[in-house]
Design a protein around this ligand. Sequence first.
Ligand SMILES: Cc1ncc(COP(=O)(O)O)c(C=O)c1O
Length: 396
Amino acid sequence: MKKSISTFLKHPSKDNTNRSANPPVARASTILFDSLQEIKRHEKKVNAHKKVSHYSYGRYGSSTTIELENILKELEQAYHIFLTGTGFGGVALALMSVCRPGDEILVSDNVYGPTKEISQRLLKEFNITAKFYNPVRFDDLKNKVSKKTRLIVVENPGSNTFEFQDLSKIVNLARRKKILTFLDNTWGTPLYLKPLKIGFDMSFSSATKYFSGHSDAMGGSLAVNKKVYKRVMFFYKLSGYRMAADEAYLIIRGLRTLDVRLKQHYENTKKVINFLKKQKKIKEILYPYKPGSKDYKLWKKYYSGGTGLLSIVIKSKKKSSVIKFVNSLELFGIGYSWGGYESLAILQELRKSGEFLKERYFYRFNKDEHIVRLHIGLEDPKDLTQDLKNSLKHVK
Ligand SMILES: Cc1ncc(COP(=O)(O)O)c(C=O)c1O
């Protein structure tokens, strides 16, 4: 029977050994074979890059990680899924596996800080040069393409400032110039945007965020098409990347309710934004919340839903009062990460983000404008709004 993705996420594959509704955690280093001949047959297929399961030794997965790969393969419409122990491992895997000395990569200026740092610092040590392009000017990307460009690295929307880009334009440019493409899709998840279907070669999500959804597991998923599969597999196997079975179990468990949770995050976010947009102290809401708001058209063009992460720009000459606003929130936790069931708030100091990053090249906020990133969780939005109302009083 043809199932919708919501139904598919609720129905695990059958566990014939234990008969438990949810397949258990299979921890394994040693995987047993029936005979030496069976090992040989298996290795022959793997070495010939046949699309077979690499299930032969714990480093290449266990039945639990394979179950997660299968779920994500369907969700991403991917040729293959590579799982990593943290989200960032998936970014590193993508960049390190397809680039070679002498290559250049073009990176959107608004990517997650460590993505910028690996591009700028680590790849440089391998003679791979990163150039950053302005995410709101397609021309800038186009003009920076050279004969050496190997990869375009996009994050949509950008971390903290949430610019959306015209994804098909990037894919078309890359195809014309024979450049590979990577998209960090952690915000929208493959439920709301399928990068491989648009034509990206690699689609990445930090599974730590909405996939797991409960702030207690870490992982990464790199979905790839056939074109880059061999290259990424080569690097994956020889670099020891892997996801632990326990984390895979928690992420599978989270994925069962991904659709339901995201719907609620979105509903709550809209209600909180209804309050935020009336506040004079808030200069801008960085979220595509209504026609005419920043990048609404681009969001609508590509996404089938919205999630719970946004930033607000607060205008204040007294930064200390903005700090007081964040510190006095009762329901919003103060911490990194997002995508769990709970609300979070953090002041993003982009001008100083990272010792080596200096500031964003295309940074467009003034000194008295402060960015507070909010993750709207699954609490009652009335309580969240009240909490924000009480704390905004501190902004002077
Ligand atoms: C957009 C984005 N990409 C990648 C990552 C890295 O994921 P992880 O923290 O699971 O390593 C993060 C983490 O915050 C993120 O926000």
